[in-house]
Design a protein. Structure first.
Length: 276
């Protein structure tokens, strides 16, 4: 794969080997930050991940997920948790940055979360013959062949150049704009703009259901009509919320005369008295 090279009968580790194993001979890291607003004026959080590059990718990926919105879509009585940016697109962009950056240029990959966008910056200009237009069309020109081979072996990338078109399709499907590319002469910056898709924002707290309250209450009523003997715990599991949330909702619906409890807590059942 080019990770090791034979020289005078000995196997010599390459730069790709150093990157994959986190060897100090070629120190690389991914810098991650969260900023208030749309500039780097105010830091909210920052992290730097080093070591094995595969671990850096996963840590940077999880960092982004922790700092973007988790929302919900409802299909019937079931709630589906949805990140505002497709996770597969985020992971693939970070992997692409690692594989295609220039390791001759000093500096690290930077992953920045702003109020309006996710920004990933890779050191180094585009390889000879590559342009932003060709990247968007799906043309791939691999700079680090040994590293790309290793990632392909680990099923992290493929060599057909479909990565950018696939990411753009994922963004369109999520109701987001396509990738924005900036630079390419000294570094390459890629932006995904946030806040364009229509999901009910849970602010990373499944119990904070302000914007989706009506939908969730409707789903609760459907679940009760389907099986009136479901416990509060079972209702919470079916709707994907906590038992405490179900208890609050049922108390409110009882006060409004929409549902009524008949029988004991253990052996009783819920009755829907009227529709909302």
């Amino acid at each position: 794969m080019g990770v090791l090279q034979e020289r005078e009968g000995e196997m010599i580790p390459t730069n790709a080997y150093a990157i994959l194993t986190g060897n100090d001979a070629l120190p690389v890291a991914i810098q991650c930050g969260v900023f208030k607003g749309e500039t780097k004026a105010i830091f909210v959080d920052r992290r730097e991940f080093d070591g094995k590059v595969q671990e850096q990718i996963e840590e940077a990926f999880q960092f982004v997920l922790r700092n973007i919105h988790l929302g919900a879509r409802f299909q019937g009585i079931y709630r589906q948790d949805v990140y505002e940016i497709p996770p597969d697109a985020i992971r693939e962009l970070i992997i692409n940055a690692v594989v295609h950056r220039s390791y001759l240029d000093h500096g690290n990959i930077q992953v920045a979360v702003y109020d309006n966008r996710l920004e990933i910056t890779s050191p180094g200009k585009l390889p000879m013959g590559q342009t932003i237009e060709r990247m968007i069309e799906g043309y791939s020109r691999i700079r680090n062949e040994a590293l790309a081979n290793a990632f392909s072996y680990m099923n992290l990338i493929e060599h057909w150049g479909s990565g950018i078109p696939r990411i753009n399709q994922q963004l369109r499907d999520a109701g987001l704009c396509e990738l924005e590319f900036i630079g390419g002469d000294t570094d390459l910056r890629i932006n995904i703009y946030r806040g364009q898709n229509e999901v009910n924002d849970l602010n990373n707290d499944p119990d904070d259901l302000n914007s989706s309250k009506d939908d969730l209450e409707t789903s609760l009523l459907v679940a009760i009509e389907t099986n009136p003997e479901l416990t509060q715990k079972a209702l919470g599991e079916k709707l994907g919320v906590s038992t405490a949330t179900v208890k609050r909702m049922l108390a409110k619906l009882q006060e409004e005369g929409i549902v009524q409890r008949k029988g004991s807590n253990r052996k009783g059942k819920w009755i829907v008295m009227k529709k909302k």
